[in-house]
Design a protein around this ligand. Sequence first.
Ligand code: C2E
Ligand code: MG
Ligand code: MG
Ligand code: MG
Length: 288
Amino acid sequence: NADIAMYKAKNKGKDNYQFYASEMNTHTVERLAFEARLRRALERREFVVHYQPKLDVMTERIVGAEALVRWNHPERGLLSPVEFISLAEEAGLIARLGMLVLDIACRDILSFRNVDKNFGRVAINLSGAQFNDVHMLEEVKSVVDFWRVPSNSIEFEITESMVMHNREQAILLMDGLKEAGFTLSIDDFGTGYSSLAYLKRFPVDSVKVDRSFIRDIPDDPNDTAIVLAIVAMAHTLGIKVIAEGVDSATQLETLRECKCDEFQGFYFSKAVADKEFLQLLQRQNRGA
Ligand code: C2E
Ligand code: MG
Ligand code: MG
Ligand code: MG
């Protein structure tokens, strides 16, 4: 890539060449420094996992949580995953980061189950690079076995584009995860291919309707119609529907009318540290 950029720049004349070359160097240097920093952060386990509660739309009870990673950077504080996930992927570090997140989540699931023996599932996001990794399934199983966490308390969130990229291999991996007892969900549903024909072929348990479709319901009749259509289609296929990014009572009311199954969003809670999530579970168990 660098060679191609260099070649293109060269052919535009000397000034351009220098311009591109210096810009590229700064970029490369920064990137290498960031990679080194990320690698060290993995060794030092500078990552924390926060949990956003997932609730049943009808009962408004917590049925699980989504695990969302944050980098506890010594100088910059808690960094959002949008600031480092794609760089971790490019640097070939996502498999290690993913296993670290799974490891932390397994430990936390044990304490959630301690407080609430009926605790449902923790959903873990997978990235595309992990999905193309042939060792992923075995690694996942060994981490989960190590902690003796029942596999049905773990759900994996994958996106449509990850699956569509290499369809046959993706289906094999999904089948492997399902065989091992994990639950599968399609994240950000509606933003990708959203093909009903494919959904039928994928062994998924639920779809998560993307936040962009939830934001303007019920005011936007098109979005409301889309949510209704997704629910009708998913339920026909025996698939549950989860709404993400729910931040108002009106949205929740609309979702109830649409027969959506579960929701998560700032209306109930943002992603919180494991201790805080435990408190939410305790409060619920006391009947509050
Ligand atoms: P996502 O999986 O779609 O996660 C939902 C994001 O929406 C989270 O942001 C969450 O905090 C945010 N959110 C939840 N409810 C609301 C709401 O009501 N309003 C608004 N405005 N936002 C809401 P976060 O934690 O910054 O995560 C961003 C993305 O980073 C995730 O999107 C996911 O794709 C990725 N990610 C997070 N953790 C991991 C991980 O462990 N592994 C991988 N591969 N990706 C991760
Ligand atoms: Mg997700
Ligand atoms: Mg999502
Ligand atoms: Mg989303």
